[in-house]
Design a protein around this ligand. Structure first.
Ligand code: PEP
Ligand code: MG
Length: 879
């Protein structure tokens, strides 16, 4: 097996073998771009290294031979000896780019002899010692695991002593002292010195780069981005070029288009007299590309040419690292540039307009998960106000509110009408009350699977987690972010789509489809087979869903129509023994529901609207028994009459259940208290008749929840059909209404063939189906053990977000086949939360479903994901 390829030998498309960086270097070399020569050690070598904790046989000899070729090619010499010194950079580079996650060592090959040769070559003692101290510093940190602060402390002292603000102002003596101090720090902390022998430096650095595949940061990143663990990284060894040689040198990063907006103008940052790490560290102000043009017109023109060559070659926006070493521009790296969702859409659609790619390719290029950023309110991005800090974009949406530091204050202040943002180090299940009360959540710890992130996403609230700069002092009721201190009660804004935190109230913008997004989605619609509907239970939500392109309502949950000012009517209906009172309550609800249904049917005119009959256990509409007992005790203590409260308790008590979600709910309610279902059916049919009179085209479907046996559905269907006949008789014409069922119990899935005989359609309620398949209470686990399960890797994904293919998915496949066998004309969809999750949508496509239904704001995500499923391409997620 061959382990080492010179850049001019490598295959520019071999990302698997050479990593994305290595393949990019090979490709750029092939294109004749000015790439510093070097070689790539393959991912095969890394995988073997990780397996056997040593380099594979033959690899080191190949490295030595490649190094020899590199000396010949560059006319430089590695290590002590005559001639111009050859220093090396050693960088990781995996198949999928993982920016900043793994390790890099620069200026390798330097020692007490070489530093003198370097001084002679550059004609600059300061430069030579700066290179030396940088090498010891990164080698110490990366290879010997010495904490970076140990070195920073030395530099801080030297800066203070010299009374200068930045390291670039330190003298050659100061840098020599820094180098010696760093060498001592490595010996003290790591027990062994940094080797003088350049070959030992190289072998240790390559080993460290390979080993960094397994560091915690990288592992976390891979989990977040679904990058397989077994891939390993390649290692690129390249001749150093020096952007820190003098003021005519420098280093920068540029993009062939703006990565934030997608605008087709080159964008970049340049830092004079600096090495790459100085740009990334963000401690010095960079110059724009235009400013580079003023300083170095020829380099600027050359760089623009390189940009256009690369974009033409890759037919996509490229991200390029470059260095200017006096007279020469060098290109160090290129990759397909990361971009915001907005930029991704604009770039893809403009590339189509430019004739570079076709529509199908454009549809493939936008990650449906990233669209989430655009579908929630966000902080307006044309304000030019920088955020205080950034962290993990854990749950999208933006919120402005007053900062509170504990759950009690959150609950109290929210009850008093304030909008609060809960600010914690990290949340725990104990914080739930505060999270419910808060409009948004901000934590200094944790990533996308932390408790705060998982729970906030479950609640649909914005959250920013992992803001390392945020220090919360709960005792003193204050927090700091860098220099900014805020007391409890101070206004802050978080943007969970961007992962940013701002001081004060920021202007928020509501999501609206942009022309570019609409274009892309229209193209997507031509490729997808799956229909996309929305879950909406008000006319307003239905209208929003329509605007985002929903082709119907896949689930209107009618329980929401029983809340608010209708709750007292519902309570009278449930609690009264008096038939007249109950009838009056039913009539009131009937009248109210006609309006709801008519509004939804109007917003979705001509498209199917699936109305689900009442599902939740009735105790959800009743006062809490414990609260009632407390009230009784205080009335008694005051010596007053308890007969009213006793009557209420007597009415509420029979509806208490130990496991209400497994009790009297769904179809069981329909069979035991048929007048509620019959009232709902009548109201929906009356709405249909009204819409038809108004010239509309209502397409009603009635859905029965929580069915477990064919007999249940059969009986409820008979009830519904009788009501339908009566409505038709009243209206004087027939009504075209479908009757179907949710499949959300495992038994229903397994016996779907029988159930299908009484169903015109099936809709998978994957929320309940997941709950019942795993035996995970959906109301509890997300706030208890689920975050731990995800963090510890017991579960790879949250099964309530991403469909569990091997378990719940098996049931879906079984039921789809069974349903279509039992009733060849049956229509099959999904209406659980998974209907808006791209990986789950891919599964639904493969399983042969007819449509997915999701919340209105996820309709665009679903349209794009369904198209990618049909095209057979996707980014991220796995089911
Ligand atoms: C489901 O269970 O997936 C479903 C859509 O119903 P609900 O969430 O209302 O129980
Ligand atoms: Mg359900």
């Amino acid at each position: 097996m061959r382990y080492v390829y010179d850049f001019h030998q490598g295959d520019g498309t071999a990302n698997d073998l050479l990593g994305a960086k290595g393949a990019g270097l090979a490709e750029m070399t092939r294109l004749g771009l000015p790439v510093p020569p070097g070689f790539t050690i393959t991912t095969d070598a890394c995988r073997e290294y990780l397996r056997f904790q040593g380099f594979p046989e033959g690899m080191w000899n190949e490295v030595l031979r490649a190094l020899h070729r590199l000396e010949t090619r560059t006319g430089r010499h590695f290590g002590s000896g005559p001639g111009i010194p050859l220093l090396l950079s050693v960088r990781s580079g995996a198949k999928f780019s993982m920016p900043g996650m793994m390790d890099t060592v620069l200026n390798l090959g330097i020692n007490d002899d070489v530093v003198l040769k370097l001084e002679t070559w550059a004609g600059d003692r300061r430069f030579a010692w700066d290179a030396y101290r940088r090498f010891i510093q990164t080698f110490g940190r990366v290879v010997r695991n010495v904490p970076g602060e140990a070195f920073e402390e030395v530099l801080t002292n030297l800066r203070q002593e010299a009374d200068v603000a930045s390291d670039s102002q330190l003298s050659d003596e100061a840098l020599e002292r820094a180098t010696r101090a760093f060498q001592r720090i490595v010996v003290d902390r790591a027990g062994t010195a940094v080797p003088d022998d350049p070959f030992a430096q190289l072998s240790e650095s390559v080993a460290a780069v390979f080993g960094s595949w397994h560091n915690q940061r990288a592992q976390r990143y891979r989990r977040l981005h679904n990058i397989p663990e077994h891939l390993g990284t390649a290692c690129n060894v390249q001749m150093m070029v020096f952007g820190d040689l003098d003021d005519d040198s420098g280093t920068g990063v540029c993009f062939t288009r703006d990565p934030a907006t997608g605008k087709a103008v080159p964008y970049g940052d340049y830092l004079p007299n600096a090495q790459g790490e100085d740009v990334v560290a963000g401690t010095r102000n960079t110059l724009s590309l235009a400013e580079l043009g003023t300083r170095h017109p020829q380099h600027h023109a050359h760089l623009l040419k390189v940009m256009s060559t690369l974009e033409d070659n890759y037919q996509d926006m490229c991200d390029i690292a470059f260095t200017i070493e006096r007279e020469k521009l060098w290109i160090l790296q290129t990759r397909i540039g990361k971009r915001t969702a907005r930029a991704a859409i604009r770039i893809a659609t403009e590339l189509v307009e430019e004739g570079v790619i076709d529509r199908k390719e454009a549809v493939k290029r936008v990650d449906p998960y990233s669209l989430d950023q655009l579908l929630h309110p966000r902080v307006a991005d044309d304000l030019d106000i920088p955020p205080l800090a950034s962290g993990v974009a854990a749950s999208p949406g933006a919120a402005t509110g007053v900062a509170v530091f504990d759950k009690h204050t959150a609950e109290d202040w929210a009850a008093g009408g304030k909008t609060v943002v809960l600010v914690r180090w990290e949340t725990t299940p104990d914080d739930i009350g505060g999270m419910i009360a808060a409009a948004g959540i901000l934590t200094s710890h944790g990533g996308k699977t932390s408790h705060a992130a998982v729970v906030a996403r479950g609640m649909g609230k914005p959250a920013v987690t992992g803001v390392a700069a945020l220090l919360v002092d709960e005792g003193k009721r204050r927090a700091t972010i860098g220099d900014f201190t805020f007391e409890e009660g101070a206004l802050i804004t978080i943007d969970g789509g961007a992962g940013t935190v701002y001081a004060g109230a920021m202007e928020l913008v509501e999501p609206e489809p942009t022309p570019e997004l609409e274009n892309l989605l229209r193209w997507a619609d031509t490729y997808r087979r799956l229909g996309v509907r929305a879950n909406a239970d008000t006319p307003a939500d239905a209208a929003v869903a329509r605007r985002w392109g929903a082709e119907g309502i896949g689930l209107a949950r009618t329980e929401h129509m029983f809340l608010g000012d209708r709750l007292p009517i519902v309570r009278r209906l449930i609690l009264s023994d008096d038939d007249a009172v109950r009838k009056a309550a039913l009539d009131e609800l009937h009248a109210a529901q006609i309006l709801d249904f008519a509004g939804i049917l109007e917003a979705m005119d001509g498209h199917p609207v699936i109305v689900r009959l009442l599902d939740p256990p009735l105790n959800e509409f009743l006062p809490n028994l414990i609260d009632l007992e407390r009230e009784r005790a205080s009335i008694l203590a005051a010596g007053d009459d308890v007969s009213d409260v006793d009557a209420t308790i007597a009415g509420v008590a029979p509806w208490q259940e130990i496991n209400p979600m497994l009790g009297m709910r769904g179809v069981r309610l329909g069979l035991f208290i048929p007048d509620i279902y019959l009232m709902q059916v009548r109201a929906a049919l009356d709405a249909v008749v009204g819409r038809m009179k108004a010239g509309g085209t209502p397409r009603l479907a009635i859905m029965v929840p929580l069915v477990a046996t064919a007999e249940e559905l059969h009986r409820v269907r008979t009830m519904i059909e009788e009501e339908l006949e009566q409505s038709e008789a009243r209206a004087g014409h027939s009504l075209d209404v479908m009757i179907g069922t949710m499949i959300e119990t495992p038994r229903a899935a397994v016996t779907a063939g029988e159930i299908a005989a009484a169903a015109d359609f099936f809709s998978f309620g994957t929320n309940d189906l997941t709950q019942l398949t795993y035996g995970f209470s959906r109301d509890d686990v997300e706030s208890t053990f689920l975050a731990r399960y995800l963090d510890d890797g017991v579960l790879a994904d949250n099964p309530f977000e991403t469909l569990d293919g091997p378990g719940v998915g098996k049931l879906i496949e079984l039921a789809t086949v069974g349903g279509k066998t039992g009733n060849p004309r049956i229509e099959v969809g999904v209406c659980g939360e998974h209907g808006g999750d791209p990986a789950s949508i891919r599964f639904c496509h493969r399983a042969g479903l007819d449509y997915v239904s999701c919340s209105p704001s996820r309709v665009p995500v679903a349209r794009l994901a369904a198209a990618q499923a049909a095209i057979g391409s996707h980014s991220g997620g796995s089911v």
